[in-house]
Design a protein around this ligand. Sequence first.
Ligand code: 3EB
Length: 316
Amino acid sequence: MHLQVVLTKDISPPSEDHNLLVAFRFGVKPDDEAHPAIADTRLHPLGHDTLYECWWITEPVSYRNDGEIRIAECEDYAVVIQDYAETAEDDLESLTYRAYLDLLAAVRSTDHKRLAKVWNYLGGINDGDGDLERYRLFSIGRATAFSELDVFDDVTPTGTGVGTCLDYGLTIIALASKHPLDLAENPRQLSAFHYPRQYGPSSPKFSRGGVVRNDKHNLHLLSGTAAIVGHESRHPFDVGSQLDETLRNLSALSESVSMLDKSSALRVYLRNPEDVGVVSERLEAELKHSSDRVAYLHGNICRRELVIEIDGVRVQ
Ligand code: 3EB
């Protein structure tokens, strides 16, 4: 396979022809870890000390730094990794705004101008009340940068926005491509970029799903998906019912971004680590494929009543 996305305990290529486009690390950094395309998500994997989601591609990949930003680039894709330390005193809105301006500049410096997916991991996502909640401040910073740089709703990339439980700080990992990107919205859900005012001064700028098409494979991208129908949260704090609703949302995304088969790699974010048993049992019965393609991660969801969110990719 030209591009392979695999979950492993260490970083070792499936063959000599494979190069690392990006590796998402969940958990503890091993002493011998050294590769320019590893992103520390600051999320802890449930049931493991360390887990990597590795994206291996049979193309040469070049790695460079642009200030604090890391860029990995190959024929078909570019990945941009940004990692900002932060304290409770810092202004998350302006940090996010500057991070996204830098992100878009970095993407535009590559051959891959189309932003396909952005994973956002931020500490203390639910800290602060009302419009001062950190997720809302983050959303304002991102929306302002997108608007200034003409990233309009019809080209808004797919996204994930999840809270890390360890520290404050903002980690942004972005995937861009020169290939066509077909974006999709979910008929069961209001587009996030149209969420009403009650969820914050700026709507969250992400598309629900998308497919990057090239002549070697199609890459299906799924945004973080939770138990939201229309724009409202369903089944507050009830993990079993939220899982069912989330799976209905995933199925309702068009066939083309359907994730539920054995060529997908999923991330399941759980607010309460003790839910991993019940969730993994139900999910794996539903998916009919083995657990080695699902990462269970301790993460907070952008609304306090939500306890589970799922995102993933599939290469076809
Ligand atoms: C939702 O549907 C859940 O702010 O980038 C999912 C995916 C969510 C991405 C983001 C937020 C984001 O609104 C939360």
